[in-house]
Design a protein around this ligand. Structure first.
Ligand code: GRF
Length: 204
């Protein structure tokens, strides 16, 4: 089975969507490891409840970003991960993880890229800018933050009475579909990176 490693930092609702899709048989992957840079991330608890191996790699244990990322890359390789999924991971993977997994790391961003790239506050940005449609994007990770080839996007409307929280919630519901969809496409060999475009190949 295709093995994935998931990097998390927070509540882990995207990880939960992956766990649920694996459980119901709609996502044919083995979650080899869930790695968090934060020991208190609730995402770790979600993984443990399903018997998925977890590893905590705290930033404070390392002298700098590069050595921390090297430790994360070692854990991914030790677990035999073939694809790395950043699911609410609050670090940028651009050193050792990117070197080891170039073209095999994906991230989910809560906006329709290239709009509102490079910010942890994309939903606030969308509301402040006044866009009428926003959404989420799953993309391959490259050196430049939020700029890699796009695999899946899902749109949501921005409503007149939206607050940051209500827009976040509506986008999050779409993230929970988009991320398992993107992983499924990759795990079943249906993606091919062509320059900055991802070709989606037919089923079978
Ligand atoms: C999501 O909105 C994701 O797009 C962003 O961080 C949030 C993580 O949510 N990068 P969760 O931890 O998966 O619940």
């Amino acid at each position: 089975m295709f093995r994935i490693g998931v990097l998390v930092s927070g509540g882990g609702t995207n990880l939960q969507a992956i766990l649920d899709a694996v459980e119901d048989g709609s996502l044919p992957v083995d979650i080899a490891v869930v790695i968090s840079n934060r020991p208190d991330a609730f995402a770790l608890e979600r993984a443990r409840r399903r018997g998925v191996p977890t590893v905590v790699v705290p930033l404070a244990d390392y002298p700098g970003r590069k050595s921390h990322e090297a430790a994360v890359a070692r854990e991914l390789e030790r677990a035999g991960a073939e694809l790395v999924v950043l699911a609410g991971y609050d670090r940028i993977a651009r050193h050792a993880v990117l070197a080891a997994y170039s073209g095999r790391i994906i991230n989910i961003h809560p906006a329709l890229l290239p709009a509102f790239a490079g910010t942890l506050h994309a939903q606030e940005g969308a509301l402040a800018y006044g866009v009428k449609i926003s959404g989420c994007t799953v993309h391959f990770v490259t050196e430049e933050v939020d700029c890699g080839p796009i695999i899946v996007q899902r749109a949501v409307e921005v409503r007149e009475d939206d607050t940051v929280d209500s827009l976040k919630a509506r986008i999050l519901a779409e993230e929970h579909r988009a991320l398992p969809d993107a992983i499924r496409l990759i795990a079943t060999g249906r993606t091919r990176i062509e320059g900055r475009r991802v070709a989606i190949l037919p089923e079978g």
